[in-house]
Design a protein around this ligand. Structure first.
Ligand SMILES: [Zn+2]
Length: 311
């Protein structure tokens, strides 16, 4: 006789029953039960567990998807800004100004950036958010193409010049580069010495819904350690809070820092091997090439959690 999975209607114990019989007795609580009801009981609770698990999996998947897109867009906005800045430098060097289409593209980048800043303050884990973010990502791709077209348009103008002129320009360019390098070396040595041990503007968190919070604003300090190699000792200090009752291991903080003078950016990371509930003072020190004075964003990655948090 084949046995069928069932669940006791009285105590809930998992059972295997002979479904050709009408009644049986639970070996655990000794209560007689109707076989068909016990089988139904098993099927219903199993279906519930399955459905709950499905919903949980779906939520985690969605969360990961949204978080990945946030990160992707953040990087893409940075790339778009970098590309546009590089292009703008070419324009300035040529003594030109941005035309209408170029100004529009810059406005588009800024609008996307502003929108993204607002979005990441209160992350929404929904399918609508996924498609909004995907659209933003596509918009950024088409912005890259536009900037590339602008660049092409400018190089074509160059091609029209004669070989002689080009050589003349190359010689002039080499001379200018040597001059710029010499001047900037002198200038940066001068600035470095003057900017040693300068404490930055503070970083104030944007979101407070995460398990990890920044309770006092973070500060970044860079002090020059070697003028000639442009090496700095960059320190991030502040206080963070684990707002849960869990002790997390290997919590990674990624700080995006920026030099306020040159706009040069870098990611500094700090790993805390054990982050117990409550407050913790952080003091991370790294040797960097660059005088970082500003923290743009902080991302927290917790081991065992696929999500990361923007704090
Ligand atoms: Zn029972």
């Amino acid at each position: 006789m084949p046995l069928v999975k069932a669940q006791c209607t009285q105590c809930g114990a998992p059972l295997e029953v002979d479904n050709s019989k009408e009644v049986a007795v639970c070996p655990y609580c000794k209560t007689p039960f109707i076989v068909e009801k016990a089988i139904n009981n098993f099927n219903i609770s199993n279906a519930n567990i399955y459905t709950n698990q499905m919903v949980l999996n779906e939520n985690t998947e969605l969360k990961n998807k949204v978080n990945l897109l946030y990160r992707e867009i953040r990087n893409k906005i940075k790339k778009a800004n970098d590309l546009f800045e590089a292009y703008n430098r070419i324009i300035i060097k040529k003594g030109l100004i941005l035309d209408g289409a170029e100004r529009e593209t810059l406005k588009d980048i800024q609008a996307l950036e502003t929108r993204f800043e607002t979005m990441k303050e209160t992350p929404i884990y929904s399918n609508e958010e996924v498609s909004t973010l995907k659209n933003m990502s596509d918009s950024l791709e088409s912005i890259y193409l536009k900037i590339q077209t602008f660049m092409k348009k400018n190089t074509e103008v160059e091609k029209n010049k004669t070989v002689f002129k080009i050589f003349g320009h190359i010689a002039l360019a080499i001379f200018i580069i040597i001059l710029i390098v010499t001047i900037s070396k002198c200038a940066s040595n001068f600035t470095s010495e003057n900017s040693s041990s300068r404490t930055s503007s503070v970083y104030t968190p944007t979101s407070n819904s995460n398990p990890i919070k920044i309770v006092s604003a973070l500060k970044v300090t860079s002090s020059v350690t070697n003028v000639f190699t442009q090496t700095y000792n960059t320190t991030i200090t502040g206080k963070i809070r684990n707002d849960t009752t869990t002790t997390y291991t290997n919590v990674v903080f990624e700080f995006e820092v920026e030099t306020t003078t040159l706009g040069q950016k870098a990611i500094l990371s700090l790993t805390i091997s054990s982050l117990s509930p409550g407050d913790k003072t952080i003091n991370s020190s790294t040797a960097t090439k660059g005088n970082f004075e500003k923290i743009n964003s902080v991302i927290v990655k917790i081991q065992g959690m696929n999500n990361f948090f923007l704090v």
